[in-house]
Design a protein around this ligand. Structure first.
Ligand code: UD1
Ligand code: CA
Length: 463
């Protein structure tokens, strides 16, 4: 079956009370429209078309998908007019169009697949996906006659009191054969709202004697349409729970599933343990048997197998290799890489820094624009002075160097293999391999100094 997807996203979303187009409001960190696009993509349609309105440019910047086309609906004149706006992009298309609302982010691909199958089996021209809503308010009602035959979709605003009591409602998802497209030209404007309702296409199609079906499949939660911020919060929470459940079913160990936030564009391996209050954000890949302690935030990073990320650590755009340990209280800033078995301890900040295999920086350091070799020991309080007020400079420390505590490296500077840096040094020049560099002044011990000082003080006040 040839399929195309059209996603309606040109509505203003007045009920959100926001200047941002409704479909760009985020659920679990992604725009609702992106969630719908991701679902559409899983169906492998021939084309995906987004119908957008005046804020199309903004929408184009915020969402991505392969072979995506945008069509403009000049004025938000209703969902029927929106689908009609997509037609020029479907002129030569012979197949089934799946219509999705940009504000129903939780729909599952397998539900759409089931609808397509039923659509095909029943030889329908139009199929509507309905569901049973606990509270049907706001949804279009599925009106059937006394024999149970489908008759029409009636919007809340146009429904009489008995129709308002119907719990079977329209999900906003339809399968429409290309030969029924012409019905879009015959939609009448709704007098109440002055809009062209796509929902009217169902009754119109029945009238034309076309086979028109309504299928009630899938669970209520997945069809939730988001019109208000409160509904956005609910949808986001439902999506979060879905992601968490999916992780658990794939073998991730979550100590407190209620407090963990996992972005939909992430992956987490088996037997990884995640403690409470952890945020795994966009583009993060976590291997297996990793341990992530409480209050950690990881963004666009890769964490290899067996790594340990300790409490209150932030990791951005970086790579943590196998068996490395980071934190507690570490800040790993973009462009950093921590080698296998390396250890980054408390209050250590890295920026664009490579830490070699087995190296250690256990306490209170800033390492920026640095390349640090294997098995290097960075003493407590080591600082790379990488910025001269105008430019950034590099510090290069070769394998097996020992850096004593409270050292400053005034970059650019290079330290050769196996060198030693005496504690408290300010290193401004390169150090040769195997050398010792010390730059502190020598210590003086003055005997009896304290007693003599006291005597002097007493003489002064004449005692
Ligand atoms: C719509 C359906 C309703 C269904 C519900 C499911 C209509 C008339 N009603 O109602 O039967 O139960 O979805 O969630 O279709 N849009 C445009 N251009 C417009 C208007 C809307 O592109 O001119 C887009 C919106 O951006 C949105 C989608 O269409 O993504 C649905 O529009 P919305 O106004 O939210 O429709 P509902 O009132 O929720
Ligand atoms: Ca809606």
């Amino acid at each position: 079956m040839r399929t195309a997807c059209v996603i309606l996203a040109a509505g203003q979303g007045k009920r959100m009370k926001s200047s941002l187009p409704k479909v760009l409001h985020r659920v679990c960190g992604i725009p609702m429209l992106q969630a719908v696009l991701d679902t559409a993509g899983r169906l492998n349609p021939e084309r995906v078309i987004i119908v957008a309105g005046r804020q199309m440019d903004l929408i184009k910047k915020e969402v991505t998908a392969p072979d995506l086309r945008f069509m403009l609906q000049k004025e938000p004149k209703g969902t029927g007019d929106a689908l009609k706006s997509a037609m020029p992009a479907l002129k030569d298309f012979k197949g089934v169009v799946i219509v999705l609302n940009g504000d129903t982010p939780l729909i599952e691909p397998q539900t759409i697949r089931r609808l397509l199958l039923l659509h095909q089996k029943s030889h329908s021209a139009i199929s509507v996906l309905s569901f049973h809503a606990e509270d049907p308010k706001g949804y279009g009602r599925i009106v059937r006659d006394s024999t149970g035959e489908f008759r029409a979709i009636v919007e809340e605003k146009d429904a009489d009191n008995s129709q308002k009591k119907i719990h079977e409602v329209n999900s906003g998802l339809y399968a429409i054969n290309h030969d029924a497209f012409s019905l879009l030209d015959r939609l009448a404007v709704n007098r109440q709202k002055g809009e062209y309702y796509l929902t009217d296409i169902a009754a119109l199609s029945l009238k034309q004697g076309l086979r028109t079906s309504v299928f009630a499949i899938g669970g209520e939660a997945e069809f939730m349409g988001v019109n208000t911020r409160e509904e956005l919060l609910r949808a986001s929470e439902l999506m979060r729970q879905g992601i968490v459940r999916n992780c658990i079913s794939r073998g991730v160990n979550l100590l407190d599933p209620a407090s963990v936030y996992i972005h939909p564009h992430t992956s987490i391996g088996r037997d990884t343990t995640i403690y409470p209050n952890v945020f795994i954000e966009a583009g993060t890949k976590i291997g297996s048997k990793v341990t992530i302690y409480p209050h950690v935030r990881i963004l666009r990073s890769t964490i290899d197998d067996h790594a340990v990320i300790r409490d209150l650590t932030v990791i951005e755009d970086s790579h943590i290799r196998t068996c490395a340990s980071v934190g507690p209280f570490a800040h790993i800033r973009p462009g950093s890489e921590i080698g296998a078995h390396a250890r980054i301890g408390n209050f250590v900040e890295l920026k664009k820094t490579l830490i070699g295999k087995g190296a250690k920086a256990s306490h209170l350091s800033y390492l920026g624009d640095a390349v640090i070799g294997r098995d290097v020991n960075i003493g407590a309080g080591t600082i790379t002075c990488n910025y001269d007020g105008q430019k950034k400079h590099q510090t290069i420390i070769a394998d097996n160097v020992f850096v004593g505590s409270d050292t400053q490296f005034v970059a650019p500077v290079k330290i050769g293999k196996g060198a030693y840096i005496g504690a408290g040094s300010t290193i401004t020049r390169d150090v040769l391999p195997g050398a010792l560099a010390v730059s502190r002044t020598e210590q003086r011990n003055i005997k009896d100094w304290a007693r003599k000082r006291q005597v002097k003080a007493k003489e002064k006040i004449g005692k």
